[in-house]
Design a protein around this ligand. Sequence first.
Ligand code: SAH
Length: 300
Amino acid sequence: MSGPDKIVSLRGDVAEPASNAGTDFLSDLPLFEPGWVWLAGAGPGDPGLLTLHALNALKQADVIVYDALVNGRVLNFANPAAEQIYAGKRGGKPSIKQRDISAKLIELARAGKRVLRLKGGDPFVFGRGGEEALSLVEAGIPFRVIPGVTAGIGGLSYAGIPVTHRDTNHAVTFVTGHMAGGAVPENLDWAAIAKGSPVIVLYMALSHLGEITQLMLANGRSQSEPVALVRNASLPDQEVLETTLATVMSDVELTSFKGPAIIVIGDVVRLRQSLDWLGALEGKVLKTDPLNLRGEQDAG
Ligand code: SAH
């Protein structure tokens, strides 16, 4: 179809009657062909954050290879006949090596299965999705990538924290706190990040948070800088710890705060007083003017 024709249909001139809209939303989505691997993100947990492409994949897959951070309720959408293979690296179950996961995907695709590789969040954000896709390319296996809502954006939204806000930051940095070997990444210029990035979102960082906090303070961040930790973001047992760089480590200890947690450092955390929409559903009273801008204007 040529470009202009497409625009006509996008405008809705040839749209289906509205009565179809509620039930038939998967029908225009791609057919999952045997022998393909679809690499999909499942979002941070809440099944409502699945994309339609991910849902379409769940409905058609013959086999689903899923990670530890994929919510079981998401798997409930799968075709009941589909085989489900756990490929997680936590939760007390035997851990499976990355190389073996890629080999498994290739083997299943070569056996003519429709293979859904389902990962928490977005497959290309600290999810090793790129590595798996590269091994599919090498093996000549056709694949599709389905992005997901990443914890560092969607998970923080569920805590009422926007990753950018015009009055606080025009940039944000996503960082992993954890290398394959378990250490704090040394090839990162932590000083540059501390000095240059107003908001820093940390994945897999809970076990190195003490070290990271010290690096922040040593490179000019203030003791009073707000920090939030969100555990099980978007799930019914979501927990949020709001603290500061000075107190984060003692608070983590005091509350025995456990992962998986997404961590954010920066002034955007202050917006939570006003934007914690989930808290508001449970009766929390939202404040106005969380950044005290009106106060400053009055003073000025
Ligand atoms: N691909 C994933 C990230 C995988 S790395 C994504 O895009 O979200 C795993 C890390 O992601 C965890 O250690 C934690 O920091 C973060 N994470 C993923 N899901 C989370 C959730 N529901 N709540 C809090 N943190 C989460």
